[in-house]
Write a protein that binds this ligand. Sequence first.
Ligand code: CA
Length: 227
Amino acid sequence: MRLLLVEDDLELANGLVHTLAQSNYAADAVHTGRDAVAACATMPYQLVILDLGLPDEDGIETLRRLRQQGLTAPVLILTARDDLKDRILGLDAGGDDYLSKPFAFGELEARIRALLRRGSSLGGVRCFGGIEFDSTTRAVMINGGEITLTARELAVLEILMLRPGRVVSKQQLVESLYTWESEANPSAIEVFVSRLRRKLDDAGAGVGIRVLRGLGYRLELAPHAAE
Ligand code: CA
């Protein structure tokens, strides 16, 4: 799950990126409206958290430009302004929800969950073979029993479950697992995939992860898809 955080207060931005990572959200931080527009043009973010008080332009203007550019992901507006007029402006410009500073991280996280649930095809429970993946609670059930996955294994499974039967490139996995700040390690992906595959096998998921050399990975309905 990859998010974009647009916040010019560096201390707050870094703190949020770190805390979001602990909740398994990979967040990129940018500090200006211009950089937010550029980032959304190159990366398909699932959610944008947007501060309104930005150094180069009003966040409302940034939001308008993001929507004009075709951004469909939900946008959560953050602001120190607790003014009814601003809330209305923000929602009219294409914001989906509003949070006034200061806020508790728990509340931010609850709103992110609600927006993702409401927002898109990413919400809800996805099933494939014996796997049930709840993208809101991030719980994984195999044949009705919950299994424990690490954050990385969960992220790999999440991407594969979005496109069962279709090829997911290693680059797509790298992009959803790593932010700009964290060091991307493409060869580690192989390790996460092979551990995930073993856990799925052990739990009798009836689903295999096929490795297509040079192409990527594919989730398949086969008990022994592993090479
Ligand atoms: Ca600000």
